[in-house]
Write a protein that binds this ligand. Structure first.
Ligand code: IPE
Ligand code: IPE
Ligand code: MG
Length: 260
């Protein structure tokens, strides 16, 4: 299924975001504040994932995308990177059955070739097992970078051109069909916990018209209430997609008179 682009057509929007993308930041500081090793924050971060995904299901959100490991996170100390890899394995082993029982489809996006065989195998099995679930699609971005995504899509476009013996036209449809998340609509709401106000090479293409929400709350403390506050903030926004406020008022009046 392909979705319309927010820069080609104005999308329909609702009070509850259809797709929420989150940079889960602040695990290290959460732990340091408690005089714990940084990695204790990562372990607690997995608990927060569980409760936020449940809360998203309860609110009727259809797509949740979580930034778990960026293409730049390899720059961290080796011990921390190894711990994160082990945590990824444990989470895949322990959580997939629960996701499946709850009707959640799991996808993992990023350059997975950098992960060891065990992780790649667990990812493939989890994706296959949950492929037909329809309640919510949970995407984990792992060794993901927005620039990597645009580059790999471009590379595939070039390969398709070579295979076809002529240049494939470059437009939003052809580029986005090769992006790693071609199965999802663009995020409506982007949340970053942990106080920083930056995108850190997350979904660069897809965030074109997302609403941004920043909170100082560290990821391990982000719970259903915190999620509901973010959704409430989103519901208050006026998403204009380039138009004027007056145009939106007219459009809403027309929609009201049509539905009477
Ligand atoms: C986010 O928390 C988790 C990952 C990047 C894996 P951090 O580990 O970045 O926590 P802070 O930002 O150092 O507090
Ligand atoms: C972004 O957090 C990546 C993830 C949450 C996985 P970082 O903590 O790595 O981002 P920077 O380095 O502060 O920009
Ligand atoms: Mg951080």
């Amino acid at each position: 299924m392909t979705y319309t682009s927010s820069t080609v057509h104005v999308p329909d929007v609702a009070a509850v975001p259809r797709h929420i993308a989150i940079i889960m930041d602040g695990n290290g500081r959460w732990a340091t504040q408690r005089r714990l090793p940084r990695v204790a924050g990562h372990t607690r971060g997995v608990d927060a994932v569980r409760s936020v995904v449940e809360a998203c299901v309860a609110r009727g959100v259809e797509f949740v995308t979580l930034f778990a490991f960026s293409s730049e996170n390899w720059r961290r100390p080796t011990d921390e990177v190894s711990f994160l890899m082990r945590l990824f394995v444990t989470a895949l082993e322990r959580e997939v059955a629960r996701l499946h029982a709850n009707g959640i489809r799991l996808r993992v996006v990023g350059d997975l070739s950098m992960f060891n065989e065990r992780i790649q195998d667990l990812i493939r099995r989890a994706e296959t097992k949950t492929a037909r679930n329809t309640r919510l699609t949970l995407t984990i971005a792992a060794n993901y970078g927005g620039r990597w995504d645009i580059m790999q899509a471009t590379r595939k476009l070039v390969e398709a051109s070579v295979a076809a013996g002529e240049a494939v036209p470059v437009n939003e449809d052809t580029v986005s069909q090769y992006l790693a998340m071609n199965y999802a609509p663009e995020p409506d709401l982007f949340i970053r916990t942990g106080g920083e106000q930056r995108v850190s090479n997350f979904l660069l293409w897809q965030l074109a018209y997302a609403e941004f929400y920043f909170t100082d709350t560290y990821w391990p403390d982000f719970d259903a209430d915190a999620l509901n506050r973010a959704i409430a903030s989103y519901a208050d926004r006026e998403r204009r997609f380039g138009r004027t406020s007056a145009q939106l008022v007219t459009q809403n009046q027309n929609a009201d008179s049509l539905s009477c």
